[in-house]
Design a protein around this ligand. Structure first.
Ligand SMILES: [Mn+2]
Length: 311
């Protein structure tokens, strides 16, 4: 029984299957961790999703930004009642995954599956944390699963559509700002007391939304931070060029991961699977961009199994 970890598949099912074959992955015995973005842009999203659902008891995947975008489109599609407008909406979508999934008999099962994935997974025995984009330098590894659960609860509740329609924002960009806003809201609640005041309800919903947006952005979109550890989303350059703009790859500022712990992440194809910090392991080698797909045995993580992109 082995446990493997695969980088961002992005619907590149051919290369994924090739890798599983090359290590002799046993669907009845072995476990697989995936860094998220299992779909998005690539040619075989349905085949990939079918594999993940079929093996759901032996696979952990965290959510990536592409799964969240898909869920957002699904949420909008569901909210449109007129069939004409629905098909118009699907026609105008850049990404084709939603249309393909809706044709599947078990499409509801697929959406439920995605809605119930975590943003962070922690393997206690091995002390391995798995997320899509990394771990905010303002956070400690032991807090990650708790933050992830906050969002999971919302995604699985009837507040799913509310969050989906408010999710896309670059702000707030810092956890300390979130905490300051929370402290302010608590103070306001104390002053006004327990009067059922609509304004107070509004304050706390706004503050909660900000907290959830930060959680999503840190786990699924982060690449660069400013020196004060706030997240920066505009820079698309590689890590070296970013220094000129006084930006830092998040992992250079993340000092809370102990020597015995490991953090595995994907998302950042431009790193080409290289992170200079020994126990922070970059897995996205850009298969969907004509790079390659990477798989490791997590008990032997420095040996990499690679499948070159075919398309
Ligand atoms: Mn990504």
């Amino acid at each position: 029984m082995k446990t493997y970890c695969v980088g961002d598949i992005h619907g590149c099912f051919t290369e994924f299957a090739e890798l599983l074959d090359s290590v002799g992955f046993n669907e009845n015995e072995d476990f697989l961790l995936a860094t998220g973005d299992i779909i998005g842009r690539g040619p075989y999203p349905i085949e990939t999703l079918r594999f993940f659902l079929r093996n759901r008891s032996r696979i952990v995947t965290v959510l990536g930004n592409h799964e969240l975008s898909l869920l957002r489109n699904y949420s909008i599609w569901r909210s449109i009642s007129d069939p004409k407008n629905r098909s118009e909406f699907l026609k105008n979508l850049k990404a084709g995954e939603l249309k393909l999934i809706l044709k599947e008999k078990n499409s509801e099962e697929i959406f439920d599956y995605l809605r119930s994935r975590p943003l962070a997974y922690y393997d206690r025995e091995r002390k391995i944390l798995l997320t899509h984009a990394g771990l905010s330098p303002e956070w400690k590894p032991e807090d990650a699963v708790g933050y992830s659960r906050e969002l999971e609860t919302v995604l699985q509740s009837d507040r799913f559509d509310w969050f989906m329609s408010n999710m896309f924002s670059d702000k707030p960009d810092s956890w300390s700002k979130v905490q300051k806003k929370e402290a302010k809201a608590r103070k306001a609640e104390k002053v006004i007391g327990k009067d059922p005041d609509a304004a107070i309800g509004k304050i706390s919903v706004t503050v909660e939304l900000k907290r959830l947006i930060y959680i999503v952005n840190a786990f699924t979109r982060m690449r660069f931070c400013r020196s004060d550890m706030s997240l920066e989303f505009l820079c698309k350059d590689g890590p070296e060029a970013a220094k000129l703009n006084n930006l830092y790859p998040w992992y250079e500022l993340q000092k809370n991961i102990s020597d015995e712990e490991r953090l595995i992440f994907g998302h950042w194809a431009a790193l080409q699977g290289k992170c200079p910090i020994r126990n922070i392991i970059a897995m996205d080698t850009g298969c969907v961009w004509n790079g390659s797909l990477t798989l490791i045995d997590i008990d032997n993580p420095y040996i990499r199994h690679i499948a070159q992109a075919h398309h």
